[in-house]
Design a protein around this ligand. Structure first.
Ligand code: BEZ
Length: 256
């Protein structure tokens, strides 16, 4: 069985504090209205859930990581530990929001079905995840480093970066109509460089190697990536590509 990504709240905030900040356009697409009940699917440390609360909504955040749930509660957010592919809500939300999480969920259809169950009729599902081509250089460098050492990188890669056509098909199969779905290239400066990014997000790749080989493998990844992603001043920019969508359920549930 594939092991699980582990989350360190401080490391995440230092190396990837831009994730909630750059999630604001998704929040704008959600357009939360005062009084709405909104689920933040994969709330992380609750930074954006808090903004939904401040917009006058009754927000609930769920995250698989207990450490992130504790951090979100520390911001005063109603946060609960829950797997995105096994949501335990029935027709209670006006909208489900998700930023930078769904590419970690292997069973995308189970997650989408759980969102459909959690929404009231007419409810909205607005989100953003890594889309086709996301971090292509990084994924290629990780694969090269692992495969050189005899490890099948595809077997340990935890990320799912669908095309708009793929994700639209999954949303429609779950009963959503899709208002918009777009791939958005978003080169993203990394505040602590690629080393910090790999430490926070790529642990599962290196965990597939014997401990004694991990540091050399990390250095080799950086060496490969610096040609395209590090500039003359030594600053790193990651090759993010977002898949952003807005979908809704019909006002009345369809007869079964
Ligand atoms: C992303 O937001 O695209 C992402 C974040 C961490 C790991 C992989 C992808």
């Amino acid at each position: 069985m594939m092991s699980e990504q582990s989350w360190n709240v401080r490391g995440y905030q230092a190396n990837a504090g831009f994730v909630p900040a750059l999630g604001r356009p998704v929040l704008a697409l959600l357009a939360p209205r005062p009084g709405e009940r909104i689920l933040d699917l994969g709330c992380g440390d609750g930074a954006l859930t808090r903004e939904i609360v401040e917009a006058g909504c009754d927000a609930v955040g769920v995250d698989r990581s207990q450490a992130m749930v504790a951090a979100a509660r520390g911001r005063g957010v109603d946060a609960r530990a829950m797997d995105a592919a096994a949501l335990a809500f029935e027709a209670e939300f006006d909208a489900v929001f998700s930023n930078a999480v769904l590419h970690w969920v292997a069973d995308a259809d189970a997650a989408i079905a759980g969102v459909a169950r959690a929404l009231k009729p007419g409810g909205r599902f607005v989100g953003e995840l890594g889309g086709h081509g996301n971090m292509a250089a990084v994924v290629t460098a990780l694969a090269a480093v692992l495969e050189k050492r005899g490890v099948d990188a595809a077997a340990v890669n935890p990320w799912f970066y669908p095309t708009p056509g793929d994700y639209r098909g999954r949303l429609e199969a779950a009963g959503f109509s899709v208002d918009s779905i777009d791939l958005i290239p978003r080169p993203t400066p990394l505040p602590t460089g690629m080393k910090g990014w790999l430490e926070t997000f790529a642990g599962l790749f290196y965990a597939a190697l014997p401990e004694s080989e991990r540091e050399a493998a990390r250095d080799e990844t950086l060496d490969l990536l610096r040609h395209g992603l590090r500039d003359g001043e030594g600053d790193w920019t990651a090759d993010y590509v977002r898949l952003r969508f807005a979908a809704r359920l019909p006002d009345r549930p369809s007869p079964r």
